[in-house]
Design a protein around this ligand. Structure first.
Ligand code: ADP
Length: 734
């Protein structure tokens, strides 16, 4: 064995056990540098990103039952039907394929068996006897059953396409499945699509958060990340520069025109993604703003247009992306786990940088499994390291063998995941309190998310999107006769996805101790003690592999807690929402917020407050004739907060303005009601307390009288278009 090979193996082992040794491993992006190239921002100048448009419009849970897609994650189609003439992947194709998917020519083969043999990559499976169940193996191995406890009960009636993987997981855990639901309460409810799949759950745990689907749609996601980019431009440079259509069409075309005028040799490419799309539906590449397809019939298309990353890392000359599974175990306190194993999805046509000629080559530019599976070049492979869908570890192994610093790549990916979750949590909390108001009986929630990540040639990870319903299918389609497809077991999917579901269940086991929830919250600057990595095992878990999910938060709280500023604004917002179940602030509640935090004075009168409220609320809901809930949503409130902070602390940098105003508000509220009344401020303070002194002067000459205020507001705030009622996305394989 050569020295190099040994080094690579050691590196891989270290990567796999990332997080196991808290002393050695930290997410420290400063210390680690990729071997092949320097860090490069996705957007060279993130601060120049246009900050217009944070959406305030949200739709309440009950309206979320409309499904745009069914839960089929894969499409079935005769290859000859696949149109590649245009650059658009027509949305109707997917739907037609799905209809075909219910055709009787489809068969599901060979599912339901217990996962056998060992795996090198998914959480170090214990070797078990291939022909025996875990139960038998356990017995023969002399595993002593502890005190027998009631098996954990799982309602799988709404599991949809995750059912097969879920069944296997439950079987491995020796838990009890209720495939048709149960009259009595279950410990865990597994939903295939949304929190609302089963209504009226009052106890137990549900594998979906209210509002997650809405939050992770492309426009909302872009807005949430953009708010963070305003506050922390360097930290959030992993998301490509994006514009929201149609409202930012003008900014987009002007900026592109200016870029081209400045340097005629620059000819950037952009990718256009419909807001509600998935699996590559409706996506196309453009080089000119005039090529945007802005209308669908008489309606303006809601979409995100994004800088196209034209230098992706290639393997075997092919573009690929990473599907990483991330568990949000709890939102309060925030607990995030990342699966050590993921999938990589490969294009099926060798990559070339975009040119006018190849813009429409979807098999070259889009990595979606659901598209590439219909290419004649798609390779189904039972091996983890070949074919068009491979395990993440096999790809990292390849990269390590080439000398890539995969520990650094992995650590950058973890940082990306934590930062992204921090960006979406504030609004999720608003949904959560609306659906499960504090004090009312309700379930607790957890959720597995699918992060789609692209590695740039310089190894920098870029966030493409986050799927609220990543496909948990463990079969793939295969064409068994011309035009006839059937689902056959996919070993790669099975290995990764069963591990993720099983270990999610283990972490959610109500019989297990919850290690971190009872810990006191740290104050600013105080280091959070590292949590033990291995959670206490239940007696029934003896023969199971070690967990394939690794905790990354609160484990790495210290590095990321300063980013949770918007979450604190959301905490203020929720506090003043008043009537339980609301998601928007009324004018009186906004006034109460201003009064309670003592933000008005002789130069910023309550009349100015009303104008500010009306102005911002109108901007955010102006295009919302069908709005059911009037008032100020969180994003509008955040904008008002930024505005107030900017007016009051003009001399400070934006981040400090916001942090200082937060300190001020929190201090006021604390002094009025005592800390125990404050609802769930879970993060440490972003600024040292010393900074407060500078900011407590309430009389503020910078705050203007109503007329200039309105003028300033008109100039400062951009028109925000309210989103259309959300349709729900089903499980997405991509
Ligand atoms: P969908 O939800 O329809 O799959 P994605 O945002 O995941 O939409 O994009 C589909 C595919 O397009 C991705 O899997 C990736 O291959 C490619 N892609 C998306 N955004 C970019 C980008 N900014 N630069 C380069 N490729 C991209």
């Amino acid at each position: 064995m050569s020295d190099h090979y040994v080094k690579v193996k050691v590196q891989l082992e270290q990567m796999k056990s990332f997080g196991e040794d808290a002393e050695k491993e930290r997410v420290d992006t400063e210390e680690q540098v990729p071997v092949s190239s320097p860090r490069a921002a996705v957007s060279p100048d993130p601060s120049s990103i246009n900050t217009a448009g944070r959406d305030a419009s949200r739709h309440r849970g009950k309206s979320r039952s409309k499904l745009r897609k069914d839960d089929n994650s894969s499409c079935v189609k005769h290859i000859s039907e696949m149109s590649l003439r245009g650059s658009v992947v027509p949305a109707h194709v997917g739907k037609n394929l799905k209809r075909l998917g219910h055709d009787r020519t489809l068969h599901i083969k060979g599912t339901g068996e217990v996962l056998q043999s060992k795996s090198e990559t998914n959480g170090n499976y214990a070797t078990i006897h291939p022909s025996k169940s875990i139960q038998e193996a356990r017995h023969e191995d002399g595993f002593k059953l502890g005190k027998k406890r009631r098996p954990v009960t799982v309602d799988t009636a709404k599991a949809k396409t995750s059912l097969e993987a879920l069944k296997l997981s439950i079987k491995q855990l020796n838990w009890k499945e209720f495939p048709l639901g149960r009259r009595a309460a279950c410990d865990i409810y597994w939903h295939g699509v949304s929190f609302h799949d089963n209504e009226n759950i009052v106890s137990g745990q549900v594998n979906k958060f209210p509002g997650m689907i809405e939050m992770l749609r492309k426009i909302n996601m872009s807005r949430a990340v953009r708010t963070m980019q305003e506050l922390f431009p360097e930290e959030y440079d992993f998301y490509p520069r994006s514009w929201i259509l149609p409202e930012e069409y003008q900014q987009f075309s002007t900026q592109i025109r200016m870029v081209k005028e400045n340097d005629a040799t620059v000819n950037p490419t952009f990718i256009v993604k419909p807001d509600g799309g998935s699996q590559g539906d409706g996506i196309y590449l453009i080089r000119n703003p005039s090529d945007l397809k802005l209308m669908a019939g008489s309606q303006a298309k809601q979409a995100v247009v994004q800088e196209y990353i034209n230098k992706p890392l290639l393997i075997d000359k092919l573009k690929f992306d990473i599907r990483l599974y991330v568990l949000i175990k709890s939102m309060e306190p925030l607990e995030i786990y990342i699966a050590k194993e993921g999938l990589t999805r490969f294009c099926t046509e060798p990559y070339q940088e975009p040119s006018q000629k190849n813009l429409s080559h979807v098999f070259m530019h889009l990595t979606n499994y659901s598209l590439n599976v219909h290419s004649g070049n798609f390779v189904h492979s039972d091996s983890h390291s070949t074919g068009s869908k491979r395990t993440l570890s096999s790809v990292l192994y390849r990269l390590a063998a080439k000398g890539v610093d995969i520990k650094k790549v992995w650590s950058d990916i973890i940082a990306l995941v934590i930062k992204t979750v921090i960006a979406v949590v504030p609004e999720l909390k608003v949904y959560y309190q609306a659906d499960i108001p504090p004090g009312k009986p309700g379930p607790t929630c957890f959720q597995i998310l699918g992060f789609d990540i692209l590695l740039m040639k310089n190894l920098k990870p870029v966030l493409l999107e986050v799927n609220s319903n990543p496909s948990m299918r463990i079969e793939h389609e295969q064409e068994v006769a011309p035009g006839v497809f059937e689902y056959v077991p996919s070993p790669v999917d099975k290995e990764v996805k069963v591990g993720v579901i099983r270990d999610t269940l283990r972490l959610m086991d109500p019989g297990h101790k919850k290690p971190s929830t009872s810990q006191p919250r740290p104050e600013h600057g105080e280091e959070i003690p590292m949590e033990a990595e291995t959670q206490e095992r239940s007696p029934d878990e003896g023969a199971l592999p070690s967990l394939c999910l690794k905790q990354v938060y609160p484990k790495y709280t210290k590095q990321f807690s300063h980013l949770r500023l918007v979450e604190r604004i959301a905490t203020l917002f929720i506090r003043f929402l008043g009537v339980k179940g609301n998601m928007r602030l009324g004018p009186t509640a906004f006034r109460t917020f201003i009064r309670s935090c003592k933000l008005s004075n002789s130069t910023f009168t309550m009349a100015s407050v009303d104008i500010l409220y009306i102005d911002i609320t109108r901007r955010w809901s102006g295009a919302a004739p069908d709005s059911r809930e009037a008032g100020m949503g969180l994003q509008a409130f955040v904008e008002a907060f930024f505005y107030l902070a900017g007016r009051r602390f003009k001399s400070l940098a934006m981040r400090e303005q916001v942090a200082t105003l937060l300190e001020l508000c929190e201090a006021q509220l604390d002094s009025q009601s005592g800390t125990e009344d404050r609802r769930s401020v879970s993060c440490s303070r972003a600024l040292p307390r010393a900074n407060r002194t500078q900011t407590l002067g309430l009389a503020n000459p910078q705050l203007q009288s109503p007329a200039p205020l309105r003028r300033a507001a008109s100039q400062d705030y951009r028109l925000h278009q309210r989103l259309k009622p959300r349709t729900l996305r089903a499980n997405v394989e991509n």
